[in-house]
Design a binder for this molecule. Structure first.
Ligand SMILES: Cc1cc2nc3c(=O)[nH]c(=O)nc-3n(C[C@H](O)[C@H](O)[C@H](O)COP(=O)(O)OP(=O)(O)OC[C@H]3O[C@@H](n4cnc5c(N)ncnc54)[C@H](O)[C@@H]3O)c2cc1C
Length: 403
């Protein structure tokens, strides 16, 4: 097994290093936000960020190259330099618009989303439609030059802060389930929309219910044709899948757990000296390593332009499983401290490694949600069984939305 990237990429690595040497961190005189903004712009100009986004929409428009993208990620991470602004709009909507939207929609929305000037929420799930997403009932009716929307969404992350929602609505009630849905772009700031926060057990309220009562959006704010919303919603990133990224995150979180076991004392001794804890950590490390090598398999396939197939599905499932096992192990390490209230630091997010009992507690609660978000672990298993192992579809034939 050859784990090197090849000599042709050494030059790129040294260019990225020199770039970072010159540009990060920004001079102390620059205000933090402005310094980061300028750094990102310089990185776009150098071709390192927003590589799959055309220049006219604020990106650096580079040819797809998974290895180059990986080298850039490695070097930026090593220097703790900021990469792309992430978020629902950037990760889910922008690739969809680039692939499916007319030019005027790209011009109106992509650059502003890339720059973080407008933010989005995802209006897919409804009270009776989660895994069985295609059963959604929120109605969109075309009246003159506007869509009029009535119904309810739920679990809508960041709906209170978002400027716009990309939303699946039933616009063709006579059509078959999947064929009756359209993909609408709806402004959130209007009288027909009411957002109610849902309180979570960690004390935050990231999710919301969203109620539409004759909410409106212009007739041309539809992506794809009427009734093609299901197809549009399936559009995913084609280029430079972040295959090792997820594994690197799992490894970093696991390393954080080992450090936590070293730093935490029980009966005057570091918890890591407890043989039961050591055995648990050894088992976990086995999973983490296996995940790391699966990530590399997926990455090799990407780099050769081959479809990763079932490996990408397995990796998503492993990531959430490992995240949950690591967080659960942290509860045992902290012992009675696990009864405390979690801190409201917002630290339990991808990319942040907890460093205290309260943060680990928050991470544990977060890990429970991540196994559900974007399609539950059970649904992932169904899809792996059906598409990967050729098992018959489960008896809810219509239900595996793959969301
Ligand atoms: C952190 C987080 C963020 C989210 N953000 C958003 C958002 O921004 N926008 C949005 O639209 N939605 C969002 N969601 C909602 C999420 O997409 C749904 O929760 C998810 O699709 C599951 O739907 P459900 O909650 O209705 O559960 P259900 O579909 O009712 O499932 C309940 C249980 O039954 C199991 N189950 C259901 N069907 C099957 C089957 N066929 N085979 C085996 N088991 C099955 C599930 O695995 C689960 O354990 C978010 C959820 C979370 C946790």
């Amino acid at each position: 097994m050859d784990l090197t990237y090849g000599e042709e990429y050494d030059e790129l690595r040294s260019q990225v290093r020199s770039f970072l040497e010159e540009n990060w961190p920004p001079p102390e005189s620059a205000a933090r936000e402005e310094g980061t903004r300028q750094f990102r712009q310089a990185a776009i100009d150098a071709g390192y960020l927003y590589r799959n986004i055309p220049k006219q929409y604020g990106g650096s428009e580079q040819a797809p190259d998974s290895i180059a993208a990986q080298i850039i990620r490695e070097e930026f991470s090593a220097k703790h330099a900021p990469m792309e602004i992430r978020g629902i709009g950037m990760m889910m909507l922008v690739p969809t618009l680039l692939e499916r939207a007319p030019d005027w929609q790209k011009e109106k929305f992509v650059a502003k989303t890339v720059l973080g000037e407008i933010t989005w929420c995802q209006g897919y799930s409804e009270p009776g439609s989660g895994s069985d997403l295609a059963s959604l009932q929120t109605r969109g009716v075309l009246e003159g030059d506007e869509w009029v929307i009535n119904g309810q969404k739920i679990w809508t992350t960041s709906a209170r802060e978002a400027d716009w929602m990309f939303c699946l609505c039933r616009t063709e009630p006579e059509a078959k389930k999947h064929g009756g849905i359209s993909y609408l772009l709806i402004p959130m700031d209007q009288p027909g929309i009411e957002v109610r926060p849902l309180n979570q057990m960690n004390g935050t309220a990231e999710f919301n219910e969203v109620f539409f009562t004759d909410a409106r959006t212009p007739a041309d704010h539809i992506v794809g044709k009427r009734g093609e919303g299901w197809l549009v919603s399936r559009t995913t990133l084609k280029h430079e899948r972040n295959s090792i990224g997820a594994a690197a995150q799992a490894t970093a979180t696991f390393d954080g757990l080992v450090q936590f076991a070293k730093d935490t004392k029980r009966n005057g001794r570091a918890v890591i000296e407890d043989p039961v804890v050591r055995e648990q950590l050894a088992v976990l490390e086995g999973y983490v390593k296996a995940h790391e090598y699966s990530g590399l398999r997926q990455f090799s396939k990407d780099a050769k332009g081959e479809s990763p197939g079932i490996i990408s599905l397995m990796n998503k499932l492993h990531s959430t499983n490992i995240g949950s096992m690591v967080a659960k192990a942290s509860l045992e390490i902290m012992g009675d401290d696990g009864l405390m209230d979690p801190v409201q630091t917002g630290l339990a997010k991808l990319g942040n490694i907890p460093t205290s009992s309260q943060m680990w507690l928050n991470q544990y609660m977060y890990s429970l949600g991540i196994a559900v978000a974007g399609g539950t672990a059970n649904i992932q298993r169904n899809v792996i069984g059906e598409r990967g192992l050729g098992l018959p579809r489960d008896h809810y034939a219509d239900r595996s939305s793959g969301k």
